[in-house]
Design a binder for this molecule. Structure first.
Ligand SMILES: Cc1cc2nc3c(=O)[nH]c(=O)nc-3n(C[C@H](O)[C@H](O)[C@H](O)COP(=O)(O)OP(=O)(O)OC[C@H]3O[C@@H](n4cnc5c(N)ncnc54)[C@H](O)[C@@H]3O)c2cc1C
Length: 387
């Protein structure tokens, strides 16, 4: 738009933000804003911070570190420091194995501390929302696995504020409740079908979740090599649980190794700790074990056993699942053990006048808000260069 293009954003939902969705857990109480999807603003989120700043939005310190979690419910008691030391010791070996070595195979061969290996496997499966036999051993080289107490933040008032600010800037160029059913390129035009109506565009950027992209009617279709590269990405499955607390606790971060979820209490933009227990679980096995398809009760019970220090109001718990969300169908993607060199370029390759964006096209930033934003800028640059 800044460069003079006439832009239309077609959004299937009745809100902007997609997998970023902020909500007051207790309506009318701004100190209870929770993130039903993406939460943490992590190391290196330069683009997100810059966009937020442009709209006068501030990242608020969370008062805890996403990277350091007190391990509990492991087969053998172990501390966060011992796990961090074991992860550090494993890094040189992880650097020496090919990307296709799974984390499971790697830990079986190189692990020397079974308790630490158990925590590292749980930690990786939760964060990448996929089991350790799908992930590459190279996840141990990622900053997420550094287990160092790096600072973490969330946007004051909710991460969705960034999407809302961007949408407000675009005004009525953003059309909600506008699901696209097909994208067809013909000559110098692209026809986009929305609810039976056809819009004509010079160029189109498709930024929808990976499984929906694979199913979308695109003509000409995605080349086989591109589809195969997409198929090699890991599809993460994750859910969140938010439980109000009768009292404000100190900040904390605890991982339940057996049940494969973690829970934290954190400060918001006011600097005070929110009266909320936030929980995240990732990987299909963990979600099945917590019986999230049945509701929040199994997970709330596991949380109560894990955190007797918290005064939980489990009758007001809010469960957020994404597999059953028709406009997401999963949580997020990531490069796994099957990913090959060159896949990133293949996945994001434009199809003539149709450009592909979204977190799944962001390589090392895949699966993250920062990756989604970077992919949008990359696609916009691509369009501008082509025009
Ligand atoms: C539970 C959970 C926790 C997460 N935690 C973090 C975190 O802590 N930190 C972090 O950085 N990231 C996190 N993420 C990942 C982050 O949410 C995503 O990487 C990012 O938001 C994806 O943005 P996107 O624009 O690629 O896709 P989306 O946000 O999914 O946006 C795509 C949009 O396309 C719309 N759409 C789909 N199909 C159509 C169609 N046919 N027509 C029109 N519109 C359509 C959707 O409604 C959606 O609004 C988390 C995600 C989940 C689910």
């Amino acid at each position: 738009m800044q460069l003079g293009y006439d832009v239309t954003v077609l959004e299937a939902r009745d809100r902007v933000g997609g997998r970023v969705w902020s909500q007051e857990l207790q309506p009318g109480r701004p100190d209870t804003v929770v993130e039903r999807g993406a939460e943490f603003v992590l190391e290196g989120y330069t683009v997100m911070r810059e966009i937020a700043q442009r709209f006068g939005l501030m990242a608020a310190p969370s008062g805890m570190s996403y990277y350091v979690r007190d391990p509990r419910n492991a087969s053998t008691p172990i501390t966060a420091e011992q796990v961090a030391a074991a992860a550090r010791d494993l890094r040189p070996a992880a650097e020496g194995v090919p990307r296709e070595t799974t984390l499971r195979a790697f830990l079986d061969e190189h692990g020397t501390n079974p308790a630490a290996d158990e925590v590292l496997a749980a930690r990786a499966a939760i964060s990448w929302a996929a089991s350790e036999d799908r992930l590459s051993a190279h996840v141990l080289l990622d900053s997420v696995a550094s287990l160092q107490p790096l600072p973490t933040a969330r946007m004051a008032g909710g991460n969705q504020g960034v999407a809302k600010a961007l949408a407000a800037h675009l005004g009525d160029r953003v059309r909600l409740r506008s699901p696209v059913s097909s994208v067809r390129s013909e000559g110098a035009a692209v026809d986009v079908t929305v609810d039976g109506d056809v819009l004509h565009a010079d160029r189109v950027v498709i930024a929808i979740p990976l499984p929906l992209l694979e199913r979308l009617a695109i003509e000409p279709g995605l080349p086989d090599a591109q589809r195969e590269a997409m198929a090699r990405l890991v599809r993460g499955h994750a859910a969140k649980l938010h439980v109000p607390l009768a009292e404000r606790p100190p900040t904390s971060a605890v991982i339940d190794v057996r049940h494969r979820f973690w829970t934290w209490t954190a400060t918001d933009g006011s600097g005070e700790v929110q009266p909320i227990a936030h929980c995240f679980s990732g990987s299909p096995g963990a979600l099945a074990g917590l019986m999230v398809t049945e509701g929040s009760s199994s997970w709330a019970e596991a949380l109560r056993a894990l955190r007797p220090d918290l005064d939980l109001m489990t009758d007001q718990a809010l469960l957020s699942t994404w597999d059953d969300d028709p406009w997401a169908t999963f949580a997020y993607s990531g490069p796994g053990a099957a990913t090959r060199p060159g896949d990133e370029e293949l996945i994001r390759a434009p199809l003539g006048r149709v450009h592909i964006a979204g977190e799944h096209t962001a390589g090392d930033w895949a699966g993250l808000m920062e990756g989604a934003l970077r992919s949008g800028i990359r696609a916009a640059d691509e369009v501008h260069a082509a025009v």
